[in-house]
Design a protein around this ligand. Structure first.
Ligand code: G3I
Length: 374
């Protein structure tokens, strides 16, 4: 529609050119087209959300619905929130996120089922036999995955199974009680509860290769060889400005060559304070690089940004001295990082797009692994 001599997109672009410091090499298209661009490439562009602002904050809601195609609950689907007491389930937070996604035509990622953090004390401090813990895990999966069956397409079943620095398995509650094969057990259980869901191991510090990445690769290979229903690897991607791995696409391809899909599940790029304008500008290229890496890898399903804006990011609390990790500033104004994602998605969609979004993986649950055809 033409208004006062310009189309909506032209007007927005012209306005940005007047107001944005990066307008010189500025956005090739309107950021409001991000969802359409992502869909044209057959990938999701997701964001992690908190419940309260999703309910009450108009600026937050606008950013979410205007720029993303998929939601991950940042906290509210974690065990301590969903089942704070044994057998007592709290659905208001998860329902809010699911309802928002569905009413805006967005996809959902489920986060997360087995993790060493954010467990309720009745679980983490309980004394369990293996049979009891299996029963507790099944009850939790049946309640949570069961409630959203057919609506949440992918689940981070296993979160951060390796020690922070790797390469050894973390000796969390599940490991201690069930043994190291808890990962295979949990994946089988999740598959029984929701046979259609894509089941992930989600991990950090694996994105640039190295010992931890190798250990995860070995684990994934072993699980697939045994026919365990593992479908994807989540590359969390909590990066530091200046240290975003160049070889991200290469590392992803290593896993997709196994027949797995991959997703960038928790992208942010934290900047050391004082945050300079130069660093903010450079962050544009870092976000572009990550989204472009996903587009370069045919088995990459999408990129999720961890936090709607800098005011809602986990970074300042967890990494004092760092900030500005997301594509929107504290007032929900877009930052160059957003245009970095636009830059990446503005390229011509390739053949990967057609039909790739819902494509299955190369492995067959419970059967022999198929190597992808090249
Ligand atoms: O629940 C309390 C609430 O009762 C209290 O009123 C409030 C006061 O600050 O704190 C609430 O707890 C916060 C919790 O999130 C909300 O569930 C904690 O302070 C806060 O530290 C906690 O941080 C979350 C963190 O996981 C916990 O490990 C972050 O928001 C969340 O972004 C982060 O997410 C993880 C992913 O799940 C896995 N990968 C790493 C990523 C970053 O740690």
């Amino acid at each position: 529609m033409a208004v006062a001599g310009c189309t909506a997109i032209m007007c927005v672009t012209a306005l940005l050119a007047l107001t944005q410091p990066w307008a010189d090499d500025g956005p090739p298209t309107d950021a409001g087209e991000l969802p359409a661009l992502a869909r044209a490439h057959g990938v999701d562009l997701g964001v992690a959300v908190a419940v309260e602002p999703l309910l009450w904050d108009g600026g937050y809601q606008d950013v979410v619905e205007g720029h993303y195609t998929s939601l991950t609950a940042e906290n509210t689907m974690k065990w301590e929130h969903v089942q704070p007491e044994r057998g007592v389930f709290e659905w208001s937070g998860p329902d809010t996120v699911v309802h928002f996604a569905e009413s805006h035509g967005m996809d959902l990622r489920g986060h997360t089922l087995l993790w060493h953090n954010q467990q309720p004390s009745w679980l983490s401090e309980g004394v369990w036999t293996s049979a009891e813990l299996r029963e507790v895990l099944r009850e939790h999966m049946e309640a949570l995955m069961g409630r959203y069956q057919g609506r949440i397409g992918a689940w981070d079943v296993i979160n951060e199974p390796f020690e922070d620095g790797g390469p050894f398995l973390r000796e969390n509650l599940w490991y201690q009680v069930l043994g190291e094969d808890y990962i295979a057990e949990a994946l089988w259980m999740a598959h029984e509860v929701d046979p259609e869901a894509r089941l992930y191991i989600n991990e950090f510090n694996i994105e640039g290769g190295g010992a931890k990445s190798d250990a995860l690769y070995a684990l994934a290979s072993d699980l697939l060889d045994r026919g365990v229903p593992l479908h994807g690897i989540g590359f969390q991607s909590h990066f530091v400005h200046g240290q975003v791995p160049e070889n991200l696409a290469e590392t992803m391809t290593r896993f997709t060559d196994l027949g797995l899909e991959v997703t960038v599940t928790e992208l942010d790029v934290r900047i050391a304070e004082p945050v300079s304008e130069e660093a903010i500008q450079e962050q544009r290229e870092e976000f572009r690089h990550v989204v472009a890496a996903c587009l370069d890898v045919s088995g990459c399903r999408g990129v999720t940004v961890w936090g709607v804006g800098d005011a809602h990011s986990w970074i300042p609390e967890w990494f004092p001295g760092y900030d500005a990790a997301t594509p929107f500033d504290e007032d929900y104004e877009p930052k160059p990082a957003l245009w970095g994602m636009v830059d990446a998605l503005s390229r011509e969609p390739s053949e990967r797009s057609a039909g790739s979004r819902r494509r299955g993986t190369g492995r067959v649950p419970g059967g022999t692994r198929r190597r992808p055809v090249r």
